[in-house]
Design a protein around this ligand. Structure first.
Ligand code: NAP
Ligand code: G4F
Length: 344
């Protein structure tokens, strides 16, 4: 039986990956942090087969202990301060966890004697590209496109990406970086725009919420389903040779389109009126204002457009996304309708 250690077990991808690896027969360990982590109980109930180890990406001794306990064949580093907006407000914490935390875990692997045996996955991100016009390839970002991160999060992830590559080259370690474009689903945190929208739509339908407040609705993202993407992570670590792979859908949609499709799920057509901060989304039938702009959600620097090109992963890993954009929106709204009904 193979053993895997997942950091970020309480996060969106951690849950999907734990389930996948368990189904594949792995002994699954997960790193949980904090003295009073409310997600511990939820994780214990939902994933009873995961053995939890208390550790933190900023505490190297705890990571060495985790390595000695799990003795993993594969380590999936999914832990991070992962919210771009939050990273502007807590840039140093973001650097310590999302950036330097990766160095801590790589060193923990070496110090615990796993350098030649452990395969390592680093959760790199499309935020490293930055979406600026000058570095935007026509057919979408590939593994060798130019990086220009636009947030403390993106910068920290770029450090993490390069230190992972450096350890692969310096110590011949089996380290792969998945450059993943946005992936979502019912497990997505409520602080991210897709889940914020699907949850608000469900609550508006059930009379629990009046209005949805958003920031920049013209930003475009390449949105896939998280369940599809963890399969790609696993496939990367099954290759004889490590490498870097873009996982994406090859389509891009605006936040505005996501909002329109989500409201369609509850039979509401949104019409837009007004401009910039005074723009509103109105129910075409009732005239009720359902969407407003709140500049609080704007970011000091924005990534306007992300579009990935997953050709390498398709060719070499035999990976492709299964869930498309409209099915993703449907899945999330339907899930949140059930969730919010169960709380009535
Ligand atoms: P997520 O839901 O925000 O989960 C982040 C995880 O990191 C949580 O389990 C969190 O634990 C843990 N964590 C935070 N600080 C930590 C620390 N100091 N020590 C140990 N654990 C810590 O993120 P996700 O969406 O699953 O994404 C997984 C990874 O992929 C992240 O690294 C993210 O940056 C990256 N990524 C995500 C996407 C995407 O679209 N989802 C795309 C590209 C890359 P707590 O529960 O204790 O807070
Ligand atoms: O959902 P978001 O917060 O995701 P973002 O910034 O693209 O980051 C996510 O994807 C990255 C991969 O590209 C990951 F690396 C990262 O960890 C994270 O998972 O925001 C998406 C877009 C942005 O342009 C944002 O400005 O939606 C815009 N937006 C508009 N109104 C909003 C809101 N974002 C949030 N979170 N909340 C709003 O009210």
């Amino acid at each position: 039986m193979k053993s895997a250690l997942i950091t970020g077990i309480t996060g969106q991808d951690g849950g999907h990956l734990a389930k996948l690896l368990h189904e594949k027969g792995y002994d699954v360990y997960g790193i949980i942090r904090g003295q009073h982590n409310p997600k511990r109980l939820i994780t214990e109930v939902e994933f009873p087969y995961v053995k939890l180890i208390e550790a933190d990406l900023t505490d190297q001794s705890s990571l060495i202990r985790a390595m000695n306990t799990a003795k993993p064949d594969e380590v999936y580093n999914l832990a991070a301060v992962s919210h771009v907006g939050y990273s502007f407000k807590n840039p140093q914490l973001t650097s310590d966890v999302t950036g330097k935390g990766v160095l801590n875990i790589l060193e923990a692997i070496r110090l615990s004697g796993g350098e030649k045996t452990v395969r390592f996955y680093q959760a790199s991100t499309s935020e490293m590209y930055g979406g600026l016009e000058y570095n935007r390839p026509e057919n979408g970002y590939t593994e060798d496109a130019v990086f220009h991160p636009r947030s403390p999060y993106g910068v920290a992830k770029l450090y993490a990406h390069w230190i992972a590559l450096n350890y692969r080259e310096s110590y011949d370690m089996h380290i792969s970086c998945g450059i993943l474009f946005n992936h979502e689903g019912p497990r997505r945190g409520i602080e991210f725009v897709t889940r914020k929208v699907s949850n608000a739509v469900a609550r508006i339908e059930l009379g629990k919420q009046e209005v949805l407040e958003l920031g920049n609705m013209d930003a475009k993202r390449d949105w896939g389903y998280a369940g599809d993407y963890v399969e790609g992570m696993w496939r990367m670590l099954q290759q004889d040779k490590p490498g870097d792979y873009v996982l994406a859908t090859g389509e891009t949609h605006s936040v505005r389109e996501f909002v329109e499709l989500a409201f369609k799920e509850i039979d509401i057509t949104i019409e837009w009126r007004g401009e910039a901060e005074r723009e509103e989304g109105v129910d075409a039938d009732s005239g009720k204002v359902l969407v407003k702009i709140n500049p609080e959600f704007y970011r000091p620097a924005e990534v306007d457009l992300l579009l990935g090109n997953p050709s390498k992963a398709e060719k070499k890993l035999g990976w492709s996304r299964k869930v498309d954009f409209s099915d993703l929106v449907k899945m999330m709204v339907q899930h949140d309708l059930e969730l919010e009904k169960s709380k009535l």
